[in-house]
Design a protein around this ligand. Structure first.
Ligand SMILES: [Zn+2]
Length: 132
C-alpha cells in the first residue's frame, strides 16, 4: 500500500497567505510587497527569496494579461448588449477602465505567482523550502 502526501492543506494555506494577507507563502509572517506591485527581495522573517531566478515572475505577467483580457472581453460584451455607444465612446470609456483594472490586479497576480512558484519548489523538494 502506497502512502501519498496530501499537500492540499499546504496549498490552501499558501494561497490564503499570498492572496488575502499578502504575506510570505512559507511562514505567513513577512510581507510580500515593499510598495505597490514591488515585491520584497526576501521574507524578513524566514529569509525565503521571492524571486529566485531571472524570469521567475513571467507567470505573473501572463496571468495579469489573461485576467485583464477577460475583463476587457466582459466590458465589450456588456457594452454591446447594454448600450448603443459609438466605437469612439466605448474606447473612451473602456480603455481607462481596462488600464486601471490591470494596475489593480497586478499585485494580486504577482502574489498568486509567488505562491505558485513556492508550491512548485515544495513539490520538487528544493533544499531551501521549509513549509510551516
Ligand atoms: Zn517567510
Amino acid at each position: 500500500m502506497s502512502v501519498t502526501h496530501d499537500t492540499n492543506p499546504l496549498r490552501l494555506r499558501v494561497l490564503r497567505r499570498v492572496l488575502t494577507s499578502r504575506t510570505c507563502p512559507q511562514c505567513g509572517t513577512g510581507r510580500l510587497f515593499r510598495s505597490w506591485a514591488k515585491l520584497e527581495e526576501r521574507c524578513a522573517s524566514c529569509g525565503l527569496v521571492y524571486r529566485r531566478e531571472p524570469g521567475s515572475m513571467t507567470g505573473s505577467m501572463y496571468s495579469t494579461a489573461v485576467v485583464t483580457e477577460i475583463f476587457a472581453a466582459l466590458l465589450i460584451g456588456l457594452a454591446w448588449v447594454l448600450t448603443d455607444w459609438s466605437t469612439a465612446v466605448f474606447i473612451a470609456v473602456a480603455v481607462p477602465l481596462v488600464l486601471v483594472f490591470s494596475a489593480l490586479v497586478l499585485p494580486l497576480c504577482q502574489a498568486f505567482w509567488v505562491g505558485i512558484e513556492y508550491l512548485t519548489d515544495v513539490g520538487n523538494g528544493e533544499s531551501w523550502i521549509r513549509p510551516r
